[in-house]
Write a protein that binds this ligand. Sequence first.
Ligand code: GLA
Length: 391
Amino acid sequence: MSLLEQLVAETKETFKSRFGRDPRWVVAAPGRVNLIGEHTDYNDGFVFPMAIERYTVIAADSREGDTGDTATIYSVGLDEQVDIRIRQPIAPQDQVKWWSYVQGTVAGCLDAGLQPEPFDAVIASDVPLGGGLSSSAALEASTATLIETMTGTTLDRIRKMFLCQKAEHEYAKMPCGIMDQYASIMAEKDHLLLLDCRSQQAEMVPLSDPSVSVLIINSNVKHELTGSEYPERRAQCHRVAGILGKPALRDATMEMLEAAKDQMDDVHFRRARHVIGEDIRTAAAAEALKQGDWDTVGRNMYASHFSLRDDYEVSCEEIDVLVDIAQSIGREGGVIGSRITGGGFGGCTVSLVETSKVGEVADAIARAYKEKTGIEPTLFATRPAQGAMVL
Ligand code: GLA
């Protein structure tokens, strides 16, 4: 049984014991890992993510004869049940709770003309929470998929992605780009998505070489204290684009940035240098991956990490330790490349590792990390998974 099949079986079982009947619908949407192209999505640039074999599953059924306006939703992970309104668009609340993502997505579906009947649902997930693997996008994408299925409607997938992003912006108060929701909805098994965040078009790039594996290591630390770091970076990028007279940093070159250096402070200069460089690295890594030139892919992953650490300043000590250990194991030990993934300030690293050595590498990194930080990491290897689906 795959992890997903197992999670689906458990979710259905929980639904049955809680609500006394079998669920009529089961949907799932995955988390994602970004191989390279970090903090470029809200600069209209390029990202290179894939869905992971970790999902949020929802089992649901409508309530016969109920003319009310609520859905009852139980979260297995948090052991919490809430009623949310489903007839009227619900206004965002001041406090962000786990169900804010569900409410925001339902509100978006209502806006799009999808009107679900009162229903019961159980949500279960094996996407690590707050680890930079898009647990929130998985929750939004699975919710939107559920409402589509319940109402017999298929939304245009770009519209669906934006509706989920809007839920994140307004109901979770996180001004994210489009990468996470796009990957969770559009991803295809065995493929990375080379996504142009301006045109919203993705090229599906096969990751079919069985000799290379994607290893995700959760540092199990989170240092984002105020939540203001991400919006602050976003604003800094926007400011530099303005100084350069460009719609977005996607349109700027290193030469333009250098030429305008005295019009901004060092922090703004370094933020923009990261973004402009990251777009170049992402294109280079994607091209190299297509050619099977793993050394070039790896080199760009490390360069991305150092730029996120030094110029964009979104890494942290524990994550740097993980990348450092991976790099010291090196190509001879089976590590192709490694870097922080996701928004930053903790969370996970993504590494490309030779499949034949993935067990050894995982053990060695876990051991060294524990030794250096006292923290137990969580590790798993994954293939590129399928995006949101009805089961
Ligand atoms: C978070 C956001 C994404 C993206 C990444 C950084 O995951 O949700 O939109 O900006 O950070 O690449």
